[in-house]
Design a protein around this ligand. Sequence first.
Ligand code: SF4
Ligand code: SF4
Length: 287
Amino acid sequence: MVLDSHADIQQVIDDFIQTSPENTMKMDPDEPSWDRALVGFSSGSDPVFESFKEHVGEFHFTPAEIFNLEFPDNPGKPEDLTVISYILPHRQITKKDNGAEDFYPSDRWVMARFPGEAFNEALRRHLVKSLANNGIDALAPTLSAHWKIEISPRFSYASRWSERHAAYASGLGTFGLCDGLITPVGKAHRAGSVIARLKLEPTPRPYTDHRAYCLYFFDGSCRSCAKRCPVDAIVDDRHDKKICWDHAGGTCGAYVKKKFNFDGYGCGLCQTKVPCENGIPKKLQSR
Ligand code: SF4
Ligand code: SF4
């Protein structure tokens, strides 16, 4: 298969989601972690990536910066690179289960976060390999040795390549009050991306405001995510990452270890049983 169009890339991703045995929650009886992906594309020369240095941290890579660390002997110009970004939506049953919880994450949520994220990593590797089989250099930034979490003066911690920011750049959604990315398939998802030495038309960004799909930033209403948070990590118009992580990583991490016997974590209550769980809130769909 030649990979030189949006449809070709979507097909590779769809096929892997449908056929890979790694799309599993490792539950009994077994079931897949993820529904069909939403895929978007952005150019390596898009100035939005430079702006992430201001909004995330100076350490956040542009596509060319991380690409050229990976391919130092054959660097790529920004305009010759495409960021392929995808959203893996949680299945309805996973969202329903987590929506019924009010403190700890549901079992399905935990299993989608861990075996499910292992699939996300496998999908990144599969996409890189499929591109390489077509003679196209590519890398998955979050699997690169150059990727890591940094301390951000603005956000307490942040990563050198944010999957949600790559998705925002690629026309897939905007940020909600709880910092989750609200997409046409909702906010309950995992994201992934790959940078390829490939010229593809960018997906239009149907927004200019990075909060365009959040009801709170539209008219001060909603705040359902803040009400769902069991530890009040969403205060005024800010998501406090430390309070969130103390719960999701600390309290829920200990719960996951005890119940499932692996080192995990999770919460996601603010992503379920909220108006942006399954899509852009109706009132904002024409924006
Ligand atoms: S639940 Fe409401 S306030 Fe929170 S991100 Fe979604 S739309 Fe915004
Ligand atoms: S993930 Fe959990 S702890 Fe963090 S903001 Fe959302 S509901 Fe609160």
